[in-house]
Design a binder for this molecule. Structure first.
Ligand code: NAD
Ligand code: GLY
Length: 351
């Protein structure tokens, strides 16, 4: 098992990665009043495990999926927390994917102005990315993660046992954020490229997940609240990914990140931000996970959502993180019209 420390100013935390992490979580929670937030799919799969391992805990079960990442679910969690008479030293346990982690995290941040929080991520995406770093949110009025807070969990426990029930498609989504990290960090890139035949092998995924957490911890420690700009790099592929996610909503977050990175590598190449050779290398990594980039008949309409991206600072301009060279990236701003033209690349047959 690997322990990765996250030395953030607001609250230092640590991430425990590997087999046995769930046992560590149970030890950590000894004696505390525990309130578990999960979704209907995870509850169906792990109901017996929950009853056996957390016999005293209250459990709040929310409907699964991004479309429920909203204020209704947030207030449902808060109502149930109040109903269970939670106090500030009770512990909220986010047991689920990124949707549950973000919502339970936000509920913990605002309930009595802050209760204790731990994350037990159950998807690959949540284990490699969303459970770490303290971003919490709900979507609001068509904007992704519009209402949220930075609120660090005390601990994160990533146990590979949960990955065994994950559908292949959800593994692919987690690989989306892993490929993003590979574009940002040469060490992760080498691991991915040298082991490309093992991307769906759980033993290898465990090592890869820990490397991604190490990289994210390094970024978050230096720019916890995204004020210096460094943390924005974690948004690579997300300007386009979020815009398409809000426009179409049929796929999962990680797949949209892959599609977003594909388009943004094309933009980086066309704008002269990176070489053609490097852009091709990125697209080759994307193809390891998503062999065919889908067509979006109305991709250009994604512009309305890209204009609401939280990175934007001027009206009529769209901000994105573009790859520059190995391990290098830059924040790049395009006039809306030009970005809209690039979105049209997704309307044709791919390439
Ligand atoms: P998700 O939480 O919707 O989980 C995906 C699906 O897998 C759901 O249907 C869920 O019920 C199911 N599931 C969860 N665990 C399972 C298991 N062990 N076995 C079988 N099924 C299981 O989605 P996700 O991909 O985990 O997370 C995406 C969300 O994370 C998005 O809302 C995104 O905005 C957010 N996110 C947040 C951060 C952050 O830093 N806070 C970073 C990246 C993404
Ligand atoms: N996933 C983006 C971040 O954590 O900053």
């Amino acid at each position: 098992m690997k322990i990765i420390r996250v030395h953030t100013k607001s609250r230092p935390s640590s991430v425990c990665c590997g087999a046995g992490a769930l046992d560590e979580a149970i030890n950590f929670l000894q004696g505390a009043q525990v309130f578990i937030v999960t979704d209907s799919n995870v509850f169906r799969l792990y109901q017996t495990l929950l009853a056996e391992r957390f016999p005293q805990a209250s459990v709040c079960v929310l409907p699964a999926g991004e479309r429920h990442k909203n204020r209704r679910s947030l207030f449902r969690i808060l109502d149930e927390m109040l109903g269970a008479q939670l106090h500030r030293s009770s512990v909220v346990v986010a047991l689920g994917g990124g949707v549950i982690g973000d919502m339970a995290g936000l509920a913990a941040a605002v309930y009595m102005r802050g209760t204790r929080l731990i994350q037990i991520p159950t998807t690959l995406l949540a284990q490699v990315d969303s459970s770490v770093g303290g971003k919490t949110a709900i979507d609001y009025r068509g904007v992704k993660n519009m209402v949220g807070a930075f609120y660090q969990p005390e601990r994160v426990f990533c146990d590979p046992l949960f990955l065994q029930t994950l559908p292949n498609r959800e593994i692919r989504c987690g690989l989306g954020e892993i490929i993003k990290t590979a574009v940002l960090d040469p060490q992760v890139k080498d691991l991915v490229v040298q082991n490309f035949t093992r991307l769906f092998d759980f033993a290898f995924l465990q090592d890869l997940a820990a490397e991604c957490v190490r990289f994210k911890a390094h970024i978050v420690e230096r720019d916890e609240t995204e004020t210096s700009g460094l943390r924005k790099c974690l948004n690579l592929g997300h300007t386009t990914g979020h815009a398409l996610e809000l426009l179409c909503g049929r796929r999962s977050h990680g797949e949209y990140v892959l599609i977003g990175m594909w388009l943004e590598s094309k933009i980086a190449e066309a704008e002269g931000v990176c070489s053609r050779e490097y852009a091709e290398q990125i697209r080759a990594m994307i193809r390891l996970v998503l062999p065919r980039i889908p067509c979006f008949a109305n991709a250009a309409e994604g512009l309305q959502f890209a204009l609401l991206d939280k990175k934007n600072t001027s009206q009529g301009m769209v901000s994105m993180i573009l790859p520059k060279a190995e391990g290098e990236y830059v924040e790049y701003v395009l006039p809306a019209e030009r970005y809209g033209e690039y979105l049209k690349l997704l309307e044709g047959e791919q390439r």
